[in-house]
Design a protein around this ligand. Structure first.
Ligand SMILES: *Cc1c(COP(=O)(O)O)cnc(C)c1O
Length: 351
């Protein structure tokens, strides 16, 4: 979740450090399968120094949020999507899957226990972090025979005070995030460690986030840090809202999927495309691309103001959040908080 960096620009609270009180834990062994999941206090836990997850990176995670609703209750946004993606991630790393219902019960347990930490402020939510790791101690290079599932949470947001600042982004030419046949389409821990160096490079260039290109030709725009990207062509009712197609090296974001639906519902032509960095630069110069934004569970919708690629750079539109971006962001926030219709039943209430 490299998108944390956007929020970390805020001065007072560091995003991701405000953990709540509870932790759900369960263990898997080959003989028993999944044991019971228990809710307890979040605390340090003992691990063997030879734990497979620590050495070989057999670790996957998820990220989803619970939002305070108008009636004061809490609801989680599309948790089944995260449960299924968590299963896909586990399968890719030869790990046992956490059953969807077990995942949902763990989400509900943490939200029920810790939801009270979320104030009645639409900028604040409860970020849930499911984690699955190989907990067997063994240094043979093979999948583990014991796994631990955990669900923790932290209080997220409230840093921007409702103001959404556009980010400056930097095109990574030396590092790739994902490659065909790799793990770019799942949320495994190693993907993020491999991206930290480029993120630091971007910061040294005065930028906030890294634009990832395809690893083969280094031309096609894929993602932004730990977020998916959207491009707006044209404006007004004729605006077209486009996101790079899922080629197997992009992470299929739940927010991305949600925004494709919301954009159509708002009357925009919405769909997928393939775009090179050169197209991005040229179409911004020609005024064809009018807005660009990134999206993800943590960052919601974040406008992209300008791009740096080596010695060249360009501005997107006038560098400020555009009307389509602002409208989509508001539609998403309204959906999260239950103040807009939810025809697809995406909100999962927690009592
Ligand atoms: C998590 C993530 C996203 C966003 O996914 P959401 O489900 O919308 O939070 C996008 N790209 C990468 C690389 C990610 O890890």
């Amino acid at each position: 979740m490299i998108e944390t960096d956007t929020a970390a620009r805020a001065p007072h609270v560091e995003h991701g450090a405000q953990f709540t009180d509870s932790l759900v834990t369960a263990t898997w062994t080959p003989s028993v399968g999944w044991g019971p999941a228990g809710l307890g206090p979040l605390s340090h836990f003992a691990m063997h120094p030879g734990m497979i997850g620590l050495h070989y990176g057999q670790v996957v995670f998820e990220g989803l949020k619970a939002y305070r609703q108008a009636d004061g209750s809490m609801a989680v946004f599309r948790p089944r999507e995260n449960a299924r993606r968590f299963q896909r991630s586990a399968r890719r790393l030869a790990m046992p899957e956490v059953p969807e219902e077990m995942f949902l019960r763990a989400v509900e347990a943490v939200v029920a226990a810790d939801g009270r930490h979320v104030p009645d402020d639409p900028d604040v939510s409860l970020y849930l972090r499911p984690l699955l790791f190989a907990s067997e101690a063994n240094l043979m290079l093979r999948p583990a025979n014991e796994y631990t599932f955990m669900m923790m949470a932290f209080v997220a947001g409230g840093f921007f005070g409702g103001v959404v600042e556009p980010v400056r982004v930097w095109v990574s030419r030396s590092t790739a995030r994902a490659f065909p046949g790799g793990t770019g389409d799942v949320k495994c821990a190693a993907n993020y460690a491999g991206a930290f160096l480029a993120q630091r490079e971007a910061q040294m260039q005065g930028c906030h986030q890294v634009v990832w290109l395809d690893a083969g030709q280094r031309r096609w725009v894929e993602e932004l840090g730990g977020m998916n990207l959207f491009f707006v062509r044209g404006d007004g009712v004729d605006a077209e809202v486009l996101t790079p197609e899922l080629t197997g090296t992009l992470l299929p974001g739940v927010t991305r999927d949600t925004l494709l639906t919301l954009a159509s519902r708002l009357g925009y032509r919405a769909g997928t495309t393939r775009l090179t960095v050169e197209d991005w630069r040229r179409e911004c110069a020609a005024g064809v691309i009018t807005e660009v934004f990134a999206c993800g569970t943590a960052a919601v919708v974040t406008p992209v103001g300008s791009v740096r690629d080596g010695d060249t750079g360009w501005t997107v539109g006038d560098g400020q959040p555009g009307p389509v971006t602002r409208r989509l962001r508001q539609a998403l926030v309204d959906l999260h908080h239950g103040t807009a219709p939810d025809p697809d039943g995406w909100l999962h209430p927690v009592r």
